[in-house]
Ligand binder design. Structure first.
Ligand SMILES: N[C@@H](CCC(=O)N[C@@H](CS)C(=O)NCC(=O)O)C(=O)O
Length: 218
């Protein structure tokens, strides 16, 4: 009997990008093995750097096949494994999913996560000195991102169309971290459609089950 290779996900427990891939795997019903890699450590192993030379997480491995870059990984999971969820399609909706993922990656991650969340939550909890200027600048840049996605979001509780897509799961972990900071939560509340979306997405059982435990910090 030959066993098919199983998915190995290399990620960091507090990483939003690793969380996105975990979410897509569990929503799709794909079992995986988690391998913890801290990309901020000084001693990231050469074996991991062979998987991702940019020293970022996550990376995925399936037998001899390996992949990094989160949107490529989630597209692969949607298309490779059985079931209709997250199949890519060259339709209007497929393009809108890619558009939101790209906005999140290019304009959202840094201000929402690395400026507002890191300096407003992660660093204080870890006992590191935070910089208020980073929070202020991050909030200003996040406002543009939230405004753009608010204008694109649908009314049915999903960002694109009337069903869960990779776009929802790409944004949700970043909004979760952003709203850990009171000023971030207040900013999200000013966006009616995104607030409704957030209420429904954050109560999904898989979202709750995969949420990093920030109490472990510090
Ligand atoms: N473009 C990458 C970004 C991944 C990324 O930035 N991951 C963060 C953790 S959430 C990381 O590894 N950071 C390490 C660093 O900035 O040195 C992707 O889509 O996977």
């Amino acid at each position: 009997m030959s066993l098919s290779p199983h998915v190995k996900l290399y990620g960091y427990q507090f990483s939003v990008y690793s969380w996105i891939v975990r979410l897509v795997l569990v929503e799709k019903g794909v079992a995986y093995e988690w391998i913890e890699v801290d990309p901020f450590a000084s001693d990231v192993s050469p074996d991991y750097l062979a998987l991702n030379p940019f020293r970022r997480v996550p990376a995925l491995r399936l037998g001899d096949f390996s992949l990094y870059e989160t949107s490529a990984i989630t597209r692969f999971i949607g298309d490779h494994f059985d079931g209709p969820l997250f199949r890519s399609a060259s339709t209007f909706e497929g393009a809108c999913v890619d558009q939101i993922i790209s906005i999140v990656d290019q304009y959202g991650y840094w201000p929402m996560v690395r400026q507002v969340f890191s300096h407003g939550c992660f660093m204080p909890l870890s006992g590191e000195a935070a910089d208020e200027n980073e929070i202020r600048d991050g909030l200003k840049k996040s406002e543009v991102v939230l405004g753009a996605i608010e204008a694109l979001a649908g009314d049915d509780g999903f960002l694109v169309g009337n069903a869960l897509s990779r776009a929802d799961l790409h944004l949700a972990p970043m909004v979760s971290y952003f709203t850990e900071v009171p000023a971030g939560a207040a900013m999200l509340a000013e966006h009616a459609r995104l607030s409704r979306w957030w209420d429904s997405i954050q109560s999904r059982p898989h979202f709750v089950a995969t949420k990093p435990d920030l109490d472990l910090l510090g």
